[in-house]
Design a protein. Structure first.
Lengths: 906, 596
């Protein structure tokens, strides 16, 4: 260690580290005298345009300097991670941007400054922010209980976009040859019958009586009796069958046609349906837009899809509104997830998928709806879609010749009769000032500027340049201020040769919908509501639950969040200074105890111990433990017994968090015992599933090691090759596998299709295959394990094998009687470490899947993270962390005990 | 030869025939396995050089497409991706009967339009008409086949053929022509002045050819939309001589008439006195995918500039090239989509106040490949400050390595060799912390760092290393324990203190283990993702792992760019592996850690 070369190298490395250490320019205190630094956090997408506007703000206001950051980490909708951490750390930004969905949730918890006084004070100021300049919806979405908490900075509108060619092809044309858009829900998908029935294996369907939707009455149907070519859908539980009617018998029995739209060779109805006796039968009108435009390939897959309600950007919320559904009580304290209008809307969603053959078959048309050149809509594979204004830019960029029409998404016939008008819903971001911001006044000045004409124009210009630089056509998104619409239209659309009149017409239709747009319900549980809507829709569409059950089952989750919020001051407030004092006391007691035992020891006549050297040497670890280990551990133990959302003081609530996670209660409807928190168990089950990977990777690694435990030239190259993937950086590996697993364009499925698998799994997009996909990815890294086994194999004395061979033991016997026992300590160690590692899987879920689809990759650590940062429940998150610790401990102790039976130590 | 620390003694193929079969079997199994293992990585590398259009699900190929350099433009595309194919639901017999009359009908529609359009004769005169018609026939035919109405399909092939004239309209032929005839076109040139106002320097009509191998032909409707102006640069450069065009501004007005008097959406012309105020220049170009190198030189107010980067004619869409004269403006901390201009010095005497000179250097096959390979990487480096991320990551890795090895080994030495009150209690605590999941302390740790004023700094990402890591301490302790006590005693007699013993006696003896610790802490630091996620907000402080994640989120669906970024991230690790191979292997075997 003392050689000068080592020192030189060390010095060089330190120099390099210092040279490369990033040093963002420091504020010069002399130069910045009288300058206020404003911190501004935007969302991911807006940084570039924001930076431009901020530059101009600084130029105009030399008394301010702005530092830009990002307030979200994973996605702009439901991830206030960074924001919460900054509030908890008492250093929040002065202005922060959020998706408007999250704004009210946080505002209701007192995270943001009430902007109403600022707005009032600015009345009469020409550059002030005035309600009348904004679209009403965009102003109201940031309003909670009559107070304004944020200022919108962006908007988008959604409408029904039609592929003219596909509509004309199916004959949806007016007299004059123009396209005839659907006028109502029923035009898109008309249901003639919904009720019970039976079927025979050769396809004779007899209709029974209409069924009732709980709380609604009979399923609403229209369109008269079934005729030939209408679509019949039969379901029993999750078995599903769709076919066309060949003929209608005199007695009303329907004969199914097996020659069309079913995979070639289908000659019988699945036995499960025939045997089920009474089925759910639905009959759909053949002239529904969705049915008439959907085309099938000979193998039964969909070639062209008529309509997908869920892809693009329509969400179940939209359909709820269209049917006048209510989600929340006016006072915001109760959830109405059993609203009959909501049920009808959800049933409609389910019907649309059913009439084209079910969600699974329509899914491929939704997964890649990214608005890029590979979107099925742009490629003539999808006839109708409800999508947002941003999609116009993609159409203009990738299909300049595209013939399309945009109309407001239609309403149900019943609502049209009531005189209701079609509408759109909007989303977008908004700026807010955190409560504990240091310079709220300066923040307001910045916000005022960001919403000004000048700033907006600069931002449009930046976005235009950015898109045009990559060969795209720029179609601006919807303005959030009324007065910007004419400007945007004139500046970027009207005189722009790259933009066809169709795009301009479409833009006008969407902009025309803005004044009466709907927006997501501002509530303290926005994220939960958003999630529950999606989950309920997903469950119903996949026939995992009836519409009624799917909706009802999500109600407790929502109500719990609301109750927790409205619950008044429960439990004793926890004061942090007491905690810190307690910890110091604990340390002192520990030290005193040590000192006392040391004194006793000395008195007992043992030799002096070298405590000075000892403590000096162990100090790195000890200091680290006291500051960053013990304290936080105790802290988290305490808050696991508290209700704590990081924004308001923690309150002691005893074992409630643990009971909520681990407990069961009797379901009031069915009387069955159900878990208080099903997602907790789901995440545990998901994590347990991943343990399957351990034996597989251990045995495969061992096999590989045995194969590579040979001596010949070139074997080292093989070892390197097999080992390499295990050391590749994790983020890069995850991103690579996301691409490999891409269901349509990825390596894996294309190879699988090449070798004859006609329906390869959709991997990360499929609830069934997402976890196996992650396991498969894990197997790529078995090289690390392989090397351990290899080292173990090399350590086994050759004499053992020689002796066994002399005794007549064959290769298998030698493997099981010598190799395995000799390797058992290695296997044991790796099993223990593997289990601990698996229980903490986080990054793969965070980076690759975000816990989706349908919570199938919601692993324990990831759910814990969600509890803390998505549901703002640090207390429950800490409780989960301690349950995890208990699990790890129990499993390790168990293995230690069991290991005595099988682990062989020399 | 020593490789992977294992000495190879025996020959490759044994003489014994039975062993030979076994060996061959083994090798073939290994080869297949190795190929499977290499495939994802190979896929990453190949994807990283693909163009966006190569990534559709219809024409999947592992290998990137070979770029075809062109010396003649406009030209006929070899592969448009469209072909007249039997539609679903039509029987083979029907198709046989239908195919030829259908193709003929389409072909004549294309040929008619082609012959009638005077602009096509002049601007595309050098193009082989037959090949062009054939290529467009396939494009148009494929389109028409999807548009034939369902009612005609039901009636049979005759009805379907009857619909062709209605669907194969001149308008549609034109659309196909505009979309699938590669050409090099030059469009509007706009500038931005230092007061942020924009001026139109000229339209596509202000471009002219500046070399003998090129002609500039102004395009007009129907090839252009009303209001659009652009000039097609037709060239033939068999010896790959440079092809140039030059832009001279439209007649300038004497003084600016105030920005308010113009109708919205139009721009005022560039004033004669305004060239010195220009700070950005935008040039619209539709390149021809000829893979030629595009060299742009600007003359602005007596100085000559050129782009800070090489660009190639790689796409076929209209692209706006934004060029900025370096000045006071703050550079974005994230990526940029514009080019900076490099000052080449004063312009020659008599040069105009404002001019754009564009030169195409037709490429060779190899050159085209090089252009294609570097393209995505250049974009990635421009859109993301990857170089800075790498620097930060390396810096953090070095700090972590040094501090971890020192901190862990010193503490481990204390636990192994020194006797002090509470040692066993502490060791018990150390073992316990190994079992406590990181999530337990995530939130409180954050609060503590905040109190220390370390939020939004890099300290939380490396200072911790000085405290050692429980696992490494445990591992090193085991190795210290195995060192004979006599060595220590001898050193003590020679007058060494506890630190001297640690430094001069113990550390050299556990060197391999230390290197293992160093390698693992390098990998841990290089992969650190949660740290920046929680503690760092300033984009200028991101490390590579988090920067790449962020890039993935912001770059949308462009997989080739993400793969380029990922590949860059793997390179240092692989390089490191080849340098320190022995220690990697040793480390794994010693620690029993299986990588991930």
């Amino acid at each position: 260690m003392s050689s000068w070369k080592t020192w030189m190298a060390l010095a060089m490395f330190i120099l390099l580290a210092v040279a490369l250490y990033p040093r963002p320019e420091k504020d010069d205190p002399e130069k910045n005298k009288g300058v206020t630094t404003i911190t501004l956090w935007g969302t991911l997408i807006v940084t570039e345009e924001t930076a431009t506007a901020v530059d101009e703000f600084e130029r105009e206001n030399p008394q301010y300097k702005v530092q830009i950051g990002a307030s979200d980490a994973r996605d702009s909708i439901a991830d206030p991670t960074r924001f919460l951490l900054s509030v908890a750390g008492e250093d929040p930004p002065d202005v922060c941007g959020f998706n408007r969905l999250g704004i009210i949730e946080l505002a209701a918890r007192g995270a943001f400054v009430d902007l109403t006084p600022y707005i009032e004070a600015d009345k009469g100021r020409p550059d002030g922010l005035h309600e009348e300049d904004f679209f009403k919806s965009m102003w109201d979405e940031t309003c909670y209980k009559g107070r304004q908490y944020a200022i919108s900075y962006g908007a988008n509108a959604r409408a029904l976009i039609l592929n003219d060619d596909l509509l004309l092809r199916a004959g949806f044309r007016n007299e004059d040859g123009s396209v005839r858009p659907p006028k109502s829900w029923e035009d898109i998908c008309r249901k003639k019958f919904h009720g019970s029935g039976t079927v025979t294996s050769d396809g004779v369907v007899r209709l029974g009586s209409p069924t009732e939707l709980p709380g609604v009455g009979p399923f609403p149907v229209s369109g008269g009796a079934a005729v030939a070519d209408d679509v019949v859908v039969l379901t029993a539980g999750r078995s599903f069958f769709r076919a066309r009617i060949k003929s209608v018998g005199a007695d009303g029995a329907l004969q199914i046609d097996f020659s069309r739209e079913l995979a070639t060779g289908t000659k019988a109805v699945p036995a499960a349906l025939v045997n089920a006796g009474n089925l759910e039968v639905k009959v759909f009108d053949k002239n529904s837009y969705t049915i008439a435009m959907t085309r099938f390939k000979p193998n039964g897959d969909i070639d062209v899809l008529g309509f997908t309600p869920f892809g693009g950007n329509s969400w179940p919320l939209n359909f709820g509104w269209q049917n006048e559904a209510t989600f929340m009580a006016d006072n915001g304290e109760r959830v109405f997830f059993d609203d009959p209008n909501l049920k009808v809307a959800y049933q409609y969603l389910v019907d649309i998928y059913d009439c084209v053959g079910g969600l699974e078959r329509a899914k491929p048309f939704e997964d890649p709806l990214m608005g890029d050149r590979h979107s099925p809509f742009v490629r003539d594979k999808l006839a109708m879609i409800i999508n947002g204004s941003w999609f116009l830019g993609a159409i203009a960029s990738y299909r300049a010749d595209f013939q399309f029409t945009v109309v407001p998404a239609p309403l149900p016939e019943a609502r049209i009769k009531e005189g209701k008008q079609p509408f759109t819903w909007i989303g977008g971001g908004a700026w807010a000032i955190p409560k504990t911001a240091k310079h709220p006044e300066a923040g307001w000045a910045l916000m005022r500027f960001m919403a000004s004409d000048k700033a907006r124009k600069l931002m449009y210009e930046v976005n235009a340049s950015r898109l045009r630089a990559s060969g795209m056509v720029y179609v601006p998104d919807m303005p959030f201020r009324r007065d910007h619409v004419p400007y945007v239209r004139a500046e970027y659309l009207a005189n722009n040769p790259g933009i066809s009149t169709r795009v301009i017409e479409a833009y006008d239709v969407m902009a025309g919908l803005l004044p009466n747009a709907r927006f997501r319900v501002p509530t303290p549980i926005s994220n939960r509501l958003y999630e529950a809507q999606h989950r309920a829709a997903a469950d119903a569409m996949a026939h995992r639950a009836s519409v009624h059950d799917a909706l009802i089952s999500k109600t407790p989750f929502l109500q719990e969040g609301l109750d927790k919020f409205f619950e008044k001051e429960r439990g004793a407030r926890i004061d942090w200074s007491w905690m810190i004092g307690g910890y110091i006391l604990l340390l002192a007691i520990g030290a005193a105890f040590l000192a006392r035992s040391e004194m006793r020891r000395r008195r007992a006549g043992f030799g002096r111990r070298d405590w000075k050297a000892g403590y000096m040497s162990v100090s790195p670890w000890l200091v680290g433990f006291i500051v960053f280990g013990g304290g936080p551990i105790l802290f988290s133990l305490v808050i696991s017994f508290c209700h704590y959302d990081a924004l308001t003081p923690a309150r002691f609530i005893g074992l409630d968090n643990y009971i909520k996670l681990l407990g069961f209660h009797k379901d009031s409807l069915t009387g069955a015992m159900v878990a208080n928190d099903p997602k907790f168990w789901k995440s545990l089950a998901n994590t347990a599933f991943m343990l399957v990977a351990l034996p597989i990777s251990i045995s495969l690694g061992l096999l590989l090691a045995v194969l590579l435990n040979n001596q010949f030239r070139g074997i080292a190259a093989f070892r390197t090759l097999f080992y390499m993937p295990s050391i590749l950086p994790t983020v890069a590996t995850f991103l690579l596998w996301v691409w490999v697993f891409d269901p349509h364009r990825g390596l894996l499925n294309n190879v699988l299709m090449e070798v004859g698998v006609t329906h390869p799994p959709k991997w990360l997009h499929s609830a069934t295959w997402a976890k196996p996909a992650l396991i498969l990815m894990g197997l790529w890294g078995i090289g690390g394990g392989m090397l351990i086994w290899l080292a173990g194999l090399k350590a086994i004395p050759v004499q053992l094998y020689e002796a066994a061979e002399i005794d007549g033991a064959g290769p298998m016997r030698r493997f099981f009687r010598i190799t395995l026992p000799m390797l058992s300590p290695y296997i044991f160690f790796n099993t223990v470490m593997g289990i601990i590692g698996t229980l903490q899987v986080f990054e793969a879920a965070y980076i690759m899947t975000n816990g989706e689809p349908e919570d199938s990759t919601l692993f324990y650590a990831f759910y814990l993270f969600h509890q803390a940062f998505r549901y703002l429940d640090m207390g429950t998150a800490s409780a989960m962390a301690w349950i995890l610790f208990a699990l790890v401990l129990a499993l390790t102790l168990f293995q230690l005990k069991v290991s005595r039976k099988w682990v062989h130590y020399d | 030869m020593t490789h992977l620390g294992i000495r190879i003694k025996k020959g490759f193929m044994p003489a014994n025939p039975r062993k030979l079969t076994q060996r061959s079997l083994l090798i073939s199994v290994l080869v297949v396995g190795a190929l499977l293992f290499a495939l994802p990585y190979v896929n990453m590398v190949f994807t990283s050089v693909k163009m966006d259009e190569e990534m559709s699900s219809e024409n999947f190929s592992i290998l990137p497409r070979t770029p075809v350099p062109r010396t003649v433009s406009p030209y006929v595309m070899d592969d448009t991706g469209y072909a007249i194919k039997r539609p679903n639901g039509m029987s083979r017999e029907d198709w046989e009967r239908f195919k030829d009359p259908f193709t003929t009908a389409i072909r004549s529609a294309v040929d008619n339009w082609y012959g009638k359009e005077p602009l096509v004769q002049t601007a595309f005169g050098k193009v082989d008409r037959k090949a062009a018609v054939e290529s467009l026939t396939q494009v148009l035919g494929a389109g028409v086949l999807t548009r034939i109405s369902d009612s005609a399909r039901k009636q049979g092939t005759a009805a379907m053929l009857a619909e062709v004239p209605k669907l194969a309209t001149p308008e549609k032929v034109k659309d196909a022509f505009v979309e699938f005839m590669p050409r090099f076109c030059l469009g509007d040139v706009t500038v931005r002045l230092s007061d942020y106002s924009k001026r139109r320097a000229g339209t596509g009509a202000n471009w002219s050819a500046a070399s003998s191998n090129a002609t500039a032909i102004p395009l007009a409707p129907p090839l252009l939309k009303p209001g659009e102006t652009s000039t097609l640069l037709s060239y033939d450069s068999p010896n790959r001589d440079p092809v140039s065009a030059t832009f001279a501004p439209a007649a300038t007005v004497a003084a600016t008439q105030g920005a308010t008097s113009r109708p919205a959406g139009t721009l005022l012309p560039l004033g004669a006195d305004e060239a010195s105020k220009i700070d950005r220049v935008y040039v619209f170009v539709q390149s021809d995918q000829s893979w030629a190198r595009i060299d742009i030189r600007l003359t602005v107010a007596g100085r000559v500039y050129r782009l800070d980067e090489t660009i190639h004619a790689a796409t076929r869409t209209w692209t706006q090239i934004e060029m900025r004269i370096p000045g006071q403006e703050r550079m974005p901390t994230s990526g940029r989509t514009f080019y900076l201009l490099e000052d080449l010095g004063p312009a020659p005497e008599g040069a105009p106040q404002f001019a754009v000179d564009l030169t195409l250097h037709p490429n060779s096959g190899l050159g085209a490949w090089w252009a294609k390979i570097t393209r995505n990487y250049a974009i990635a480096f421009r859109q993301v400050p990857i170089a800075r991320y790498i620097g930060t990551s390396i810096s953090l890795a070095i700090l972590s390595i040094i501090l971890t090895t020192f901190g862990s080994s010193l503490s481990a030495y204390a636990f192994a060799r020194l006797d002090f009150p509470g040692k066993n209690v502490f060791f018990g605590l150390l073992l316990a912390t190994m079992m406590i999941p990181g999530q337990v302390t995530m939130i409180p740790s954050f609060l503590i760092h905040k109190q220390l004023g370390w939020y939004n700094t890099l300290y939380p990402l490396w200072v911790h290393s000085a405290f050692g890591a429980a696992f490494y301490i445990f591992m090193l302790r085991q190795f210290f324990l195995s060192i004979p006590k006599e060595l220590e005693d001898a050193a003590r007699i020679d007058g060494c203190g506890f630190f001297g013993i640690y430094w001069y006696v113990m550390l050299p003896l556990v060197r391999p283990t230390l290197i293992t610790v160093a390698i693992f802490s390098f990998m841990g630091s290089w992969n650190n993702f949660m740290g920046p996620l929680i503690y760092v907000n300033d984009e200028r402080l991101y490390n590579l792992a988090f920067g790449l994640f962020k890039f993935n989120l912001t770059s949308g669906a462009n997989s080739s760019l993400i793969m380029a970024g990922s590949f860059i991230m793997t390179v240092p690790i692989i390089a490191m592996f080849f340098f320190f191979q022995r220690y990697f292997i040793q480390g794994i075997s010693i620690s029993g850690l299986g990588g991930r």
